[in-house]
Design a protein around this ligand. Structure first.
Ligand code: HDD
Length: 698
């Protein structure tokens, strides 16, 4: 079966066999019998008791009773999509993995994005790490890259994972708070486990609040190993880079979105794919020759460390495009089972103790979650490569395995399936010896230097957001000693950071630096340096009422839509509004059903009467003010400029002599080319974080 672009896709072809649709069919039981009625149970008399023999009732209720499966113990909330990975640069020098060697190949994939701490029904826009898990259906079997949107992790050894997850999940007595790290147990864990510090810097940064899954990086996190035809190993870190740049929401905005549209990121992914605005990511690799294993001032096996891109550049090798939504959330997104141990020939592991524990966990968790060992046969999990082995039976066995022998070696089935040979998986040969010991390597001991590197690499506005996040989270901790413990660690990261956070949470700030800041930076870490050249998929609100200048609505709409954005006309009620020139303008949504937090920018076109009405509508005034406070592009034309004044955005004189900052505020008399060009640029900039906004009450 062909994908939306008309190319052959073996995975979609395979899935097609399982897809069923209701059109033109008759209702049956699971046994294929057509009941004559599904609305009334079988009774002894119209008002009599229900009969046991009502097989249809029993089957219907029984199936319903068993509809739920356990949610994932972490990453329970997610959204998935199919796509295709195309290789541009061959890595044949380093690996035998065919999908990384043959540039003529396009590999089907399924990707699942997720939050970590929340339950299945929690909101999308919480402060959290995001999962970015990719299943490549390669011709050599499935390769799962089970990564996150942050390149490091909270802990160094997987034996701490249950402790960490118990600390971050809702607290045992009352199951509060949902999907939030702002509570005592998480921070208690942090203050007693300083290896968390680097990851906590990421978690307190805007990386934890992605605007869109299409604007989020992904990382394999661990150092993996590529192995070439000669058996030579090369260390590798995997990176996904979004084509649209890495962009984030404002913290206040995320909290409001969680109420207004808890499905915000999930909906965004779905809509983009439906609209043909396919999310795209570049796959990059950082390669480290085996002989350089010890050349860094950190250990490559330590998952709390990055390899700075400035030290080992990320080499782009291919592109991932997500172009097909699932047909059924449960069947595909819920039942997809990722496993770090799903590797293909040419990709192997390292001794990273976090990675090693994960190799046990994923298969184990799928057994309980998906109810037995045959979950790889579920359509979304099935490889496109042939599967033949001696595994037999188990719950929900779908294959009718023929033949007398289910063992190796056999002579009765001609020795088949045959083992080994060309293309088989051979483990990387590594000499291993050592004493049996429960101990962390000394090379894992530095918990602060890279946290400092991250802090040093942030722009001023990013630093401000980080300080705000620490203050918010620690401010929610009831135990003062926990706050003090965290400040104690922050003092080793950076003195100014520790002082600013301490001042916000009522803890005595450190008097003098306890550790000198090494001063190193890695510009690649800052979102300030992300590409800001596209309005693709951005959502723009145009506020209007009767008497609007319909020419301006059309000009703004054409310019932004032409550049790839989505424009919606919002008015007090749905339907149509009368334009100043007598025509009509269709309303996309009624203002009370939406909110500024669901848009990337707001534009107020001219039209005296329209603006007079909007200025008397609290929803409209708040809409503009809030968009301004969240640092979004704000555009106004002619009389529309008056609404900005009404919202308290312009016309303010500050006591300190400062003037109102107008970055990202685009105004003009007449919707000419300059206005729309400036507006498109202001929207493409994503946010105007340096804007002064403390005077606006929203
Ligand atoms: Fe994990 C799910 C990513 C450490 C144990 N993990 C899960 C998912 C992602 C990650 C993206 C969701 C997959 C999906 O969408 O179905 N996990 C990571 C990353 C880690 C990490 C990037 C650190 C580098 N995880 C980690 C450790 C352990 C686990 C150390 C246990 C020792 N993770 C699990 C799990 C989950 C899981 C319990 C829950 C559901 C599932 O696997 O299928 O096995």
């Amino acid at each position: 079966m062909a994908d939306p672009a008309g190319r052959d896709d073996p995975k979609q072809e395979q899935l097609e066999q399982y897809r069923v649709s209701p059109e033109g069919t008759a209702l049956t039981t699971d046994q294929g019998i057509r009941p004559d009625d599904t609305d009334n149970s079988l009774k002894a008399g119209e008002r009599g008791p229900t009969l046991m023999e009502d097989f249809h009732l029993r089957e219907k209720i029984t199936h319903f009773d068993h509809e739920r499966i356990p949610e994932r113990v972490v990453h329970a909330r997610g959204a998935g999509a199919y796509g295709r990975f195309h290789l541009d640069e061959s890595l044949a020098e380093y690996t035998t993995a065919e999908f990384l060697c043959d540039t003529s190949l396009t590999t089907p994939v399924f990707v699942r994005f997720s939050t970590v701490a929340g339950s299945r029904g929690s909101a999308d826009t919480v402060r959290d790490v995001r999962g970015f898990a990719t299943k490549f259906y390669t011709r050599q079997g499935n390769f799962d890259l089970v990564g996150n949107n942050m390149p490091v992790f909270f802990i160094q050894d997987g034996i701490k994972f249950p402790d960490f997850v118990h600390a971050v999940k809702p607290e045992p007595p009352n199951e509060i708070p949902q999907a939030s790290s702002a509570h005592d147990t998480l921070w208690d864990f942090v203050q007693l486990q300083p290896e968390t510090m680097h990851m906590m810097m990421w978690l307190m940064s805007d990386r934890a609040l992605p605007r869109s899954y299409a604007m989020m990086q992904g990382f394999g996190v661990h150092t993996f190993r590529l192995v070439n035809a000669e058996g030579r190993g090369t260390f590798v870190k995997f990176h996904w880079k979004p084509k649209l740049g890495t962009h984030s929401l404002a913290w206040d905005e995320t909290q409001k979105i969680a109420g207004k549209d808890p499905d915000f990121n999930r909906r965004d992914l779905w809509d983009r794919i439906e609209d043909g605005d396919h999310p795209e990511y570049e796959l990059g690799v950082q390669l480290v020759p085996a002989e350089d294993e010890h050349r860094f001032d950190f250990d490559l096996l330590d998952a709390t460390k990055i390899i700075p891109e400035e030290e080992v550049p990320v080499r782009p090798v291919g592109r991932l495009v997500l172009d097909r939504n699932p047909d059924n959330f449960f069947a595909e997104t819920e039942q997809v089972a990722f496993h770090l141990g799903n590797v293909v020939p040419g990709i192997d592991f390292t001794n990273d103790p976090l990675l090693q524990a994960r190799l046990f966990s994923y298969l184990d968790t799928q057994l309980i979650r998906l109810g037995g060992p045959n979950f790889p046969q579920i359509p979304v999990n099935r490889p496109v490569a042939d599967v033949r082995n001696h595994h037999r039976e188990g719950y929900h066995q779908m294959a009718i395995q023929r033949g007398q022998s289910a063992y190796h070696k056999n002579s009765l089935s001609g020795g088949c399936p045959a083992v080994g040979g060309e293309g088989s998986y051979t483990h990387f040969q590594e000499r291993v010896d050592g004493n049996k010991i429960r101990k962390r390597s000394e090379s894992f001991a530095d918990h602060y230097s890279q946290a400092t590197l991250f802090w040093n690499s942030m722009s001023d506005w990013e630093k401000e957001h980080i300080v705000g996040a620490f203050r918010f989270e620690l401010g929610k901790c009831d135990h003062k000693h926990v706050r003090e413990g965290v400040i104690g660690h922050l003092a080793h990261v950076d003195h100014d950071l520790a002082v600013q956070v301490a001042q916000g949470v009522g803890v005595e700030p450190p008097q003098a630096p306890v550790t000198a800041n090494h001063g190193r930076v890695s510009p690649a870490l800052s979102q300030d340096n992300a590409p800001k050249d596209s309005v693709q998929g951005r959502k723009i609100a145009i506020l209007a009422a009767d008497g609007v200048d319909s020419g301006a609505v059309a000009a703004v709409g054409d310019a932004l839509t032409g550049a790839g954005a989505v424009c919606e006309v919002l008015a007090a009620q749905d339907g149509f509004i009368q334009a100043a020139n007598g025509g009509r303008v269709e309303v996309t949504r009624a203002m009370p059903t939406v909110a500024s937090v669901l848009y990337d920018a707001v534009v107020v076109p001219g039209g005296e009467e329209s603006v007079r009405t909007l200025a008397q509508d609290g929803d409209a005034v708040h809409f503009v003010a809030e968009a301004f406070v969240h640092c979004k592009a704000v555009g106004a034309l002619d009389a529309g400029i008056g609404l900005l004044e009404r919202a308290g955005i312009t016309g303010v004189r500050f006591a300190d002599g400062d003037t109102v900052s107008d970055t990202g505020v685009v105004t003009a008399e007449g919707a000419g080319g300059d206005f729309t060009d400036e507006l498109v640029k202001a929207v493409a900039a994503h946010r105007h974080w340096t804007r002064r906004k403390d005077h606006v009450p929203a």
